[in-house]
Design a protein around this ligand. Structure first.
Ligand code: URP
Ligand code: ZN
Ligand code: ZN
Length: 468
């Protein structure tokens, strides 16, 4: 493996901001210092005038994933290549236990699919049937398989939803071995009732997805699961938080000292319910759960990022194409033309996250350090990968992004690298562009050029979760 020198960059981590060179050997950061002298055999990249920050860590993706009757369209190969072009070099993806099966089988299947990854990948486990054997398997996952985080749902009845007793059982076991429970917190029963009402009234268009998943459903479920975590003492992570009532529940619980962290996603920060007013079936592109909220919720989330009540920005990349061709109806929003409740829930974002958040933070006066913290360092810490991932320090993996803070460009799905045929952020002007990306010292993105390869991503056997 080549020895690499990144020269003259402005290095930004969650806590530092300074000019220096970085020498990379055997895929790791070997030396950080001024004017490092090297021989002609060393690959040198000049980063003068550029920012140099740790590769992004996206801890919420659904690649090549069967979701009810639908399936996400990106493979690990295509999804992680897109991630890399967007400056993300670590992905933690959701694998799941199938009903009636062991979660260990779910992980085995996931490993086969994840073999094509272009960047390093870890797995969270979605638990569905939490019986005695599955609880024992959770211990195996934590102690032997490097899976230290479990996701449970209070939404999607009949597909993914579990009851409160199941949540408590999973929390108890996770808490014994340094595990963390992540929850998709929406009140599934309330939503089910509202969906039935809407359909009975003949309301089938995409905007009813939003109207049947009110913020109160999220606020209630978030407050409830927080109380369960408070009772068990197990670290809790709220995924894709979108509503101000939910954020308030998080902030109050933190005041009480609950071991709790929360994530939001770019779409809740930059978009609002107006997207559901698009003509025809276009609103289906924005059908994800929780749905987009009114702009006041977005403003509250920005405040949460400033105050520290929100710790992580992840994508929830769950891609279904808008058009049926070329990947078929099962992987497309068109599966739901008959009624909003049949539209596959999920949206893309794996490539846009880092530049979009960089630009948003700049406009909103949040610091560069906080940008790195919420997109790389905190997720790496919370999911047992720090300091190997999420920072630039001697000994850490040389996952590094060279980033031009001044280049202005426009997001276009046609120029993205995943299989998706739309972007939630189509036409957004963005200032700040990924120029070069290194994954364990390998240059994998050089401008528009792809130098990585499918299968070069390594599996991340993770340590204890829930630590910041
Ligand atoms: O709509 C979404 N978020 N789809 C992915 C599954 C989940 O709930 O995270
Ligand atoms: Zn979810
Ligand atoms: Zn998700």
């Amino acid at each position: 493996m080549a020895t690499v020198l990144i020269r003259n960059g402005r290095i930004v981590t969650a806590s530092e901001d300074f000019h220096a060179d970085i020498l990379i050997e055997d895929g790791r950061v070997h030396t950080i210092g001024r004017d490092i002298a090297v021989g002609d055999d060393v690959e040198v990249h000049d980063a003068k005038g550029q920012l140099v920050f740790p590769g992004g860590v996206d801890v919420h993706t659904h690649l090549d994933w069967e979701f009810g009757v639908a399936r996400t369209v990106d493979t690990f190969g295509t999804g992680t290549r897109a991630a890399a072009f967007g400056g993300t070099t670590t992905v933690v993806d959701f694998c799941n236990q199938n009903h009636g099966e062991s979660p260990l089988k779910g992980l085995e299947d996931w490993h086969k699919r994840a073999a094509s990854a272009c960047v390093d990948v870890g797995a969270h486990m979605i638990m569905l049937d939490v019986n005695d054997q599955a609880l024992a398997d959770m211990e195996t996952l934590m102690l032997r398989e490097g899976v230290s985080s479990f996701k449970l749902f209070t939404a999607y009845p009949g597909v993914l939803m579990v009851d409160d007793g199941v949540l408590v059982k999973a929390m108890r076991v996770a808490g014994k071995h340094g595990g963390q429970v992540s929850v998709h917190a929406e009140n599934g029963y309330l939503i089910q009732l509202l969906v039935q009402d809407a359909l009975a009234a003949g309301n089938t268009s995409p905007k009813y997805h939003m109207l049947t998943r009110p913020p109160e459903a999220e606020a209630e479920a978030t407050a409830r699961v927080i109380r369960l975590a408070e009772y068990t003492g197990t670290p809790l992570y709220i995924v894709h938080l979108s509503a101000m009532g939910a954020l308030q529940a998080v902030a109050e619980a933190r005041e009480r000292g609950v071991h709790l962290h929360a994530e939001t996603c770019p779409h809740y920060l930059f978009l609002d319910t107006a997207e559901y007013e698009r003509p025809g079936f276009e609103g289906a592109k924005y059908v994800m759960s929780p749905p987009l909220r009114t702009a006041d919720h977005g403003e509250a989330l920005w405040r949460g990022l400033k105050s520290g009540d929100l710790d992580v920005i992840a994508t929830d990349h769950c891609p279904f194409t808008f058009k049926e061709e070329p990947y078929g109806r099962k992987m497309s929003k068109q599966a739901g033309t008959e009624a909003f409740n049949k539209i596959p829930n999920g949206a893309p974002g794996i490539e846009e996250r880092m530049p979009l958040i960089f630009d948003g933070f700049r406009k909103r006066g949040l610091s560069l350090n906080r940008f790195v913290e919420t997109t790389a360092t905190n997720p790496a810490k919370l999911f047992g990968m720090f300091p190997r991932k999420g920072t630039i320090s001697v000994g850490s993996d040389a996952d590094i992004v060279i980033f031009d803070p001044d280049e202005t460009w426009t997001i276009k799905a046609a120029e993205n690298h995943s299989r998706m045929d739309y972007s939630l952020f189509e036409g957004f002007p963005v200032t700040g562009k990924v120029k070069k990306v290194f994954c364990r010292g390998n240059l994998i993105v050089d401008g528009d050029e792809w130098l990585g390869r499918e299968g070069m991503g390594e599996y991340l056997s993770r340590g204890e979760s829930g630590l910041i």
